[in-house]
Structures are given as structure tokens and as C-alpha cells.
Ligand binder design. Structure first.
Ligand code: CP3
Length: 348
């Protein structure tokens, strides 16, 4: 299957220009988790429909993805889905439990368990391709970001059986059975590649690889156990800009920069100019307003937005975002105001 050609207006959008480190009329902005529980219109359409079920309905995915674009005027849409959708589609027995996150019925512990991790056939996520095509027909000049979970973060859910603060079982497997670990991550990298490929072929204009929990590792362990697998995913994608994100990654930024993305996502703990010094001046950065800033008074939000924009100027491209996802209790009007501020303050 070949990739859908992107319209000139999308290709020339501030978001894709910033990802390619080209001059922009203003700094583009979108928010991780911009579609979701902070929006009353989201809670309304999701009422009585499970998370995984809603991800399998292209009409619903299209509506939920468009909601923050309509409301906030963000510069990019992100597909409404979840990092565990391809695992569930491939046949892993799991659910997304409201207020908890992904829960896996039979956690991976042995080589026999690793061998039961199935591969993903593109047809198993045909509903995702359908949603992307629908969205491309609705989005006009606004780019659509596709995404997937990186091998480490997916492995953590599979090994722990659910969310974990310490990732203790995951690390125990990694240190104690490195061959098994690499076999598991190899399988997960393959699933991730297929999932991203389906989205790109259907018309996604950029992709983000979420390695949300990689910050739990030292740089040394990241390089040994994780980097080769994330690199294998990112190297396979050449058609669209690639963003690579994790939380608590200050020490990992140089290594994450080597994984092959065009843009490195940075959480709120590392100033963007310090991040650029670590990553190198050949990558764009994305971030990094602390999501909790949105609960502060308006004048604090404004000065923090200004600071992030100033620090972002050290990089050859800056996509404004939060340092992690929108918290469900966030006032949506505070997000709309951030979009206006970013555009106003950065206009050249
Ligand atoms: O707007 C967007 O960013 C797109 C949608 C999106 C979701 N999940 C929807 C979702 C994206 C990009 C994700 C990725 C994701 N999922 C990550 C990486 C990003 C990150 O936050 O670091 C991770 C680690 C997951 C796993 C996961 N799924 C968690 C931790 C949760 C939250 C559990 C909860 O209820 O608090 C989910 C569920 C989930 N994924 C929700 C949404 C909107 C909430 C479910 C609901 O609304 O009922």
C-alpha cells in the first residue's frame, strides 16, 4: 500500500515546518491528551462506551480527535487511540480500566509467554486506517499526528500487568533474562512499526513514539536495553516527521536524540535550551509547559508560556506542548488561552 499524498497546505503548515526545522510564521502548539476528559463534549460522546470500544469506532475516533481542534484551534490533531490498541488488536488479552490504565490478563514472565505475544496484521487495525482517512477528509490544512508506544513502555505494561511506579518486574526481567527481554522488545518493535505504517499509509502527516516510562532507566541501561529497539522502529519511517517523547528523560536526552527522530519531546523538568544543548542543534524540540501550570493564575501562565517560548529559541525548531498530558481536571478555557498566547507571543 502506498502513502496518501499530503496537500500543499498541510505540508506547509507551521507544525510540519517546525518539525522540519524550517522558518515558521508563529510557533505551532498542540497538547498531549488534548482529546479526553478535560472536555465536556468528550465526556458526553464517551458516556457508556468503553475506551477500547471507542477506539474501534472510526466515527467516534474522528469526532473525538476533532473536538480539541475546533475548541482550541491547536496546530495539529492527534489521533484518538491508545498505545495498547495494537496489542489488543493483535490478540493480547487486556483492557483499559478507567482511572487506572491498561490492565493485562496474563502478564509476560517467561520465554513461553514472550512467544505468545502475537504479531500484528494491518487488517487487524483496519478501523484505525478508516479513522485516519475520515480525519484527513475533515481536517483541511491541519496536520494529523499518528502515534504508537515504544517497546520499553509497552513491555512495562505487559510485564507488570498494569501501571507501575517502579517498573520493578520489568527491570528484573531486563537484568535477569536479557535474551528474553530483547526477544520481547523485538516483537513489540515489530507491532509498533506495523501500527505506525498503517497510520502513515492512511494519511497521518507525522508520528509520535511515546516512550513515556523510559525515564525510569539510567542512560547506560537505556542504551543497552532500549535504544536499539526504538531505533529499529524510527529507522523504518522516512515519509513523515517523527517525534520521540518520554517523561523524566533529562539524563537520556542525548541517547534519545540518537534514536532517529526529527523532534525530541521534553518534559517540564528540563529547560528547552538545556535540552537542546544535550540533544544537539540538529533536532527540533517539543514541549514543555508543566501541565500543573494550567491551575495557576492567568499571569503566571502567561509568564511561563513566555519563558518556554524564549528557551525554545535555542533549538532549530520548536513545537509548543505541555511537558506531559493534559490532566483531566484542567479547565479547557486555560488551554484555549495558551494556544492564543503562544500564537500572539511568537508571531514574527
Ligand atoms: O489526545 C491524545 O493525546 C490522544 C489520545 C491518547 C490516549 N492515550 C487516549 C486515552 C494518547 C496519545 C494515549 C497514549 C498513552 N496511553 C500513553 C502515552 C502518553 C502518556 O500519557 O505518557 C500511555 C502511557 C497510555 C496508557 C494509558 N491509557 C494510561 C496511562 C491511561 C490513563 C488511565 C486513566 O484513566 O487515567 C489510558 C487511558 C486513556 N487513553 C484515556 C484516554 C483519553 C482515558 C480513558 C477514558 O477517557 O476513559
Amino acid at each position: 500500500m502506498s502513502q496518501t499524498p499530503h496537500s500543499a497546505a498541510v505540508t506547509d503548515s507551521p507544525f510540519l515546518r517546525a518539525c522540519r526545522r524550517e522558518p515558521v510564521p508563529y510557533t505551532p502548539v498542540w497538547f498531549m491528551r488534548q482529546a479526553g476528559r478535560s472536555l465536556p463534549e468528550y465526556r458526553q460522546v464517551r458516556a457508556g462506551i468503553g475506551m477500547l470500544e471507542s477506539c474501534r469506532r472510526p466515527d467516534l475516533v474522528c469526532e473525538i480527535t476533532l473536538q480539541p481542534v475546533r475548541r482550541h484551534g491547536v496546530d495539529a490533531a492527534i489521533l484518538f487511540s491508545d498505545i495498547v490498541v495494537p496489542l489488543a488488536a493483535a490478540g493480547v488479552d487486556l483492557d483499559i480500566v478507567a482511572g487506572t490504565g491498561p490492565v493485562v490478563a496474563k502478564p509476560v514472565a517467561t520465554l513461553a509467554d514472550v512467544e505468545t505475544v502475537p504479531s500484528l496484521a494491518p487488517e487487524q487495525v483496519a478501523y484505525v486506517a478508516e479513522a485516519v482517512r475520515l480525519l484527513r477528509s475533515e481536517l483541511g490544512a491541519t496536520p494529523l499526528i499518528g502515534f504508537a508506544g515504544a517497546p520499553f513502555t509497552l513491555a512495562s505494561y505487559l510485564v507488570e500487568g498494569g501501571p507501575s511506579r517502579t517498573h520493578a518486574k520489568t527491570k528484573a526481567l531486563m537484568y535477569g533474562a536479557p535474551d528474553l527481554w530483547h526477544a520481547l522488545c523485538g516483537r513489540l518493535a515489530e507491532i509498533t512499526r506495523t501500527f505506525l505504517r498503517v497510520q502513515i499509509d492512511a494519511g497521518a502527516n507525522a508520528v509520535q513514539l511515546f516512550d513515556s516510562w523510559a525515564g525510569a532507566l539510567s542512560e547506560r541501561d537505556y542504551r543497552r536495553y532500549v535504544l536499539p529497539h526504538s531505533k529499529a522502529v524510527l529507522e523504518g519511517i522516512t515519509e513523515v516527521p517523527k517525534i520521540h517523547f518520554g517523561v523524566g528523560t533529562a539524563e537520556l536526552l542525548p541517547a534519545m536524540g540518537e534514536a532517529g527522530a526529527d523532534v525530541v519531546g521534553v518534559d517540564w523538568r528540563t529547560p528547552l535550551d538545556a535540552a537542546t544543548a544535550r540533544i544537539g542543534a540538529d533536532k527540533a524540540v517539543q514541549g514543555n509547559l508543566d501541565p500543573c501550570t494550567l491551575f495557576a493564575p492567568a499571569e503566571v501562565v502567561e509568564s511561563e508560556v513566555r519563558r518556554v517560548l524564549d528557551e525554545g529559541r535555542a533549538a532549530p525548531g520548536h513545537v509548543f506542548n505541555l511537558g506531559h498530558g493534559v490532566l483531566p481536571e484542567t479547565d479547557p478555557d486555560a488551554l484555549t488561552r495558551v494556544v492564543e498566547l503562544v500564537h500572539e507571543l511568537s508571531r514574527r
